[in-house]
Design a protein around this ligand. Structure first.
Ligand SMILES: C[S@@+](CC[C@H](N)C(=O)[O-])C[C@H]1O[C@@H](n2cnc3c(N)ncnc32)[C@H](O)[C@@H]1O
Length: 316
């Protein structure tokens, strides 16, 4: 249901997009950007002051106005005022654990094919950054079941998700515990399972049991050793298609008159992504026709060994 305001049609919390329209209200976050591009994010409270290196501003000067305006602080600093977008909120919100960056959340939503109405299981919830994107993608008719083994991170995530959506999202549940133990106990079935944790291979069996045929498991891992171990564990399991592995690199561009060039700064590395699809019960995927590259599974290789791949003889 929607409500009309002076500024247009305002989504009520029942839309659960996390987008608010109309005049700025107490309890909402705003993002101030100065002329050098420095960002300041804070929660609006009647009677409070925001301080910067250019004096202060009264929150009351912002409250009740439509976002998208400029204000001046007591020391002459000028600021643009907007509500933060989801991609801005997640990198400025309080953190327990490291968050999934927006460029990777976008990849996860697209490549793990997260759709309105989907039932998604995710672990660990960390600070709740990916949770916000998942909830927005599945919408109020879907379900996001999050698992987190550390109570203190679960608390941070709960606060962030409630802050972003303006209340308890009806599609969200959060359980404290290890996914490998709690997911089988919950009896949940899922269309998509997203693993963002140190050792996702430890949760593969539980994920495989909970995934519907055709469902997708997606892991987000920071290092090549984790990437290798997860991919080989998926192959060894046999109940998934050949895993796809990739990373995404995003480069800003400076565009000014004839000076059009890549920006100097870039996020060099965040993490690698892996996806694979669940086969139907009892079905195995096709074995690769190509032989592994020479030495790929040689005597130095210590990880899980795909079916049918013998240890190579170093002398041959
Ligand atoms: C990098 S953080 C997740 C960040 C989160 N995706 C975000 O965007 O804010 C990894 C989290 O996984 C949790 N974790 C690790 N192994 C887990 C497991 N087996 N079950 C549940 N949570 C786990 C850790 O406690 C940690 O909070």
């Amino acid at each position: 249901m929607t409500q009309e305001t002076g500024g247009g049609t305002e989504p009520g919390t029942e839309d659960w997009s996390g987008v608010h329209r109309g005049p700025l209200r107490p309890g909402e976050w705003v993002r101030l950007i100065d002329s050098k591009g420095r960002k300041h994010n804070f929660c609006l409270e009647a009677g409070k002051r925001f301080f910067s290196n250019k004096g202060h501003l009264e929150h009351d000067e912002l409250l009740g106005r439509e976002e998208g305006f400029t204000v001046k602080s007591s020391g002459g600093g000028e600021y643009l005022v907007f509500r933060p977008l989801l991609s801005e909120f997640v990198i400025s919100m309080p953190r327990g654990a490291a968050v999934v960056y927006p460029k990777d959340s976008a990849q996860i939503i697209a490549m793990a094919d997260v759709f309105p109405g989907a039932h998604v299981v995710e672990a660990g919830v960390g600070s709740g950054a990916l949770t916000c994107s998942l909830l927005r993608a599945v919408g109020p008719t879907g379900r996001v079941s999050s698992f987190e083994r550390r109570e203190e991170f679960a608390d941070v995530a709960r606060r962030n998700v409630i802050q972003f959506f303006g209340g308890d999202h009806p599609a969200w549940s959060l359980r404290v515990g290890d996914l490998a133990e709690e997911l089988p106990r919950s009896g949940e079935r899922a269309d998509r399972i997203i693993l963002d944790m140190l050792a996702p291979w430890e949760c593969l069996e539980a994920a495989a049991d909970a995934l519907r045929p055709g469902g997708i498991v997606c892991a987000y891992v920071a290092t090549t050793t984790q990437l290798s171990r997860f991919v080989e564990t998926v192959r060894l399991h046999g109940g998934f298609t050949e895993p796809a592995a990739w990373e995404s690199l995003v480069r800003d561009w400076h565009v000014e008159g004839l000076a059009v060039r890549p920006g100097h700064a870039m996020i060099g590395h965040t993490a690698f992504l892996v996806t694979a699809r669940r086969m139907a019960p009892g079905e195995r995927t096709l074995l690769k026709k190509r032989r592994p590259a020479p030495g790929a599974y040689g005597p130095d290789y210590q990880g899980p060994r795909p079916p049918g791949v013998p240890v190579e003889d170093p002398e041959s």
